[in-house]
Design a protein around this ligand. Structure first.
Ligand SMILES: [Ca+2]
Length: 515
């Protein structure tokens, strides 16, 4: 037991004694949590929220079960809502919320992740978890606002954002759950995508005992490499309007990429199942004479090549991934997504150069990839391939990534997976604990032309609680709310291979196979 945990246990004794029958008097026991004392934790409020429609601060609510901004409130069961401030250092100011069902708790804890530079509680994801019966929590990662202006002069806040806020939140949340129910969670899970996927990997790498199971969606694990790529492309296009790709040119490029690689995976279905084998040269679209809508000028060919192309960290020789063929419909006219550009710009001006006036035109490919990685020093980047401690304690990790992600390159996921195999001994050792599921045609955490809806939490629970490793995970695609295709997602490097009979829109017609 750590010093912190020992102090916590002592602090909890009087509280637990008061909570004799938590299920029968949940309201009372909820408000009594306000008196809970823990080192470096200040409980700000403990409120019994009645069942009914709930609109969180900021109005963010889930849409179709996805934690995106929406307009309708979700009806939630009655729950205990605890808000607390954590100060693991004198410069820390970490806000967390912990929500616990007043009745019908499934005995589990599901922590949820953030996006980009975070800076706010992920209420929509908490609402989804709570509605399913989980105790759940989220943190603002130690600052407010979705940018990195907090960073200069605040190295401890950078660490809080990098990994400490999530870890401290997890420790405090488990204690609050234990105090409320008079029993800690039977199982603890992490569920996050994008920045939340990066947080997932950080937990698996640094704190192997925090979670029994971890879901890492589209992880921004090469945070500085992604920042460099987005800024590299923005630099080339922001002052050179004539080299940008219009939406119709991106569409043209997308069709050409499909033309080159769709059938290569064994089935012409509008999806590139294995972009690692896709050899696509945008030059096939080069205008032969005067430019028309059906061809691309030389400048646009070069832009496409730039967006696909990897760079290299000149110091480590590690590849910094470009985007995959098939992702073109998600590109913006200045390259990667606006969020990727904004996050990249903030990384350099606030965290690398400590100069709010730094602009993408100052980016130097030869020096700044390494400089960004060195400056970070593994604080935000989640590149450590040693998952051995997490695996040895029995942890399970499901990682997923859309192949058409225009925001965080899917090659980040495949490259990291390969590095883990290299580091700790091959697929046989790793496959019982860590599996990667690549989703053809899926965008960033959601959306896209490919099947992009699935139940990762359910798959993880089967693995953790019943020992059923996910050999295939059912996924579906819907148009206007109507499912028009189902397809299994397969553990990488397997892909879903058509059996040769039956509908290509039915998952049953496919098997997961290595090619
Ligand atoms: Ca195909």
């Amino acid at each position: 037991m750590s010093r912190f945990a020992a102090a916590l246990a002592i602090a909890l004794i009087p509280v637990l004694a008061q909570v004799a029958t938590p299920a029968a008097s949940a309201g009372t026991s909820c408000t009594s949590l306000a008196a809970l004392t823990m080192p470096n934790v200040t409980i700000k409020s403990a409120t019994a929220v009645p069942a009914g429609p709930f609109t969180p601060p900021g109005g963010q609510t889930p849409v179709d079960g996805q934690p995106q901004r929406g307009s309708t409130a979700l009806t939630l069961p009655a729950f205990c809502r605890v808000a607390a401030t954590l100060k693991p250092t004198s410069d820390s100011d970490i806000t967390i919320e912990v929500w616990m069902p007043a009745s019908g708790w499934n005995g589990k804890y599901e922590a949820v992740g953030n996006g980009a530079f975070s800076g706010s509680i992920a209420y929509p994801a908490m609402m989804i978890a709570l509605a399913k019966g989980y105790a759940t929590s989220s943190t603002d990662t130690g600052h407010t606002g979705n940018n990195a202006a907090f960073a200069p002069g605040h190295p401890e806040k950078v660490i809080d954002f990098g990994w400490r806020a999530v870890h401290e939140m997890t420790i405090a949340s488990k204690a609050i759950v234990a105090a409320y129910y008079d029993a800690g969670p039977k199982f603890s899970y992490w569920n996050g995508c994008s920045a939340g996927g990066r947080q997932a990997m950080k937990e698996a790498q640094r704190f192997p005992s925090d979670f029994d199971g971890i879901i890492a969606g589209a992880p921004g694990l090469d945070w500085t490499g992604r920042a460099a790529q987005a800024v590299r492309v923005a630099k080339a296009l922001e002052t050179n309007e004539s080299a940008r790709l219009s939406p119709s040119q991106s569409q043209l490029l997308h069709h050409a990429a499909l033309q080159a690689c769709d059938a290569q995976d064994g089935l012409k279905d509008g999806l590139i199942a294995d972009p690692t084998r896709c050899v696509f040269d945008p030059a096939v679209l080069q205008c032969k004479a005067a430019a028309t809508d059906a061809c691309l000028p030389q400048a646009q060919i070069e832009t496409a090549r730039l967006i696909y192309s990897p760079a290299t960290n000149p110091k480590t020789r590690r590849e910094i991934a470009g985007l995959a063929p098939g992702s073109e419909l998600g590109w913006t006219q200045t390259g990667w997504t606006a969020s990727a550009r904004a996050t990249g710009l903030d990384q350099f001006r606030f965290l690398v150069f400590n100069d709010p006036a730094w602009d993408v035109q100052k980016f130097n490919l030869e020096t700044d990839i390494a400089r960004a990685e060195d400056t970070d020093g593994g604080t935000i980047n989640a590149l450590d391939p040693n998952l051995r401690p997490f695996i040895d304690r029995g942890g399970k990790l499901i990682q997923y990534h859309g192949w058409s992600d225009p925001q965080i390159s899917p090659f980040n996921s495949t490259q990291y997976y390969t590095r883990v195999l290299d580091a700790i001994g091959g697929a046989v050792n790793v496959g019982n604990s860590y599996r990667l599921f690549m989703a053809p045609g899926m965008g960033h955490c959601a959306g896209g032309e490919g099947p992009n809806a699935f139940d990762m939490v359910g798959a993880l629970e089967q693995w953790v609680e019943h020992g059923n490793a996910p050999d295939r995970i059912p996924a579906s695609h819907a148009t206007n709310g109507v499912v028009d295709r189902t397809r299994p997602l397969c553990p990488y490097p397997q892909i879903a291979v058509y059996k040769g009979a039956g509908s290509i829109d039915e998952a049953a017609s496919f098997e997961c196979k290595a090619r």
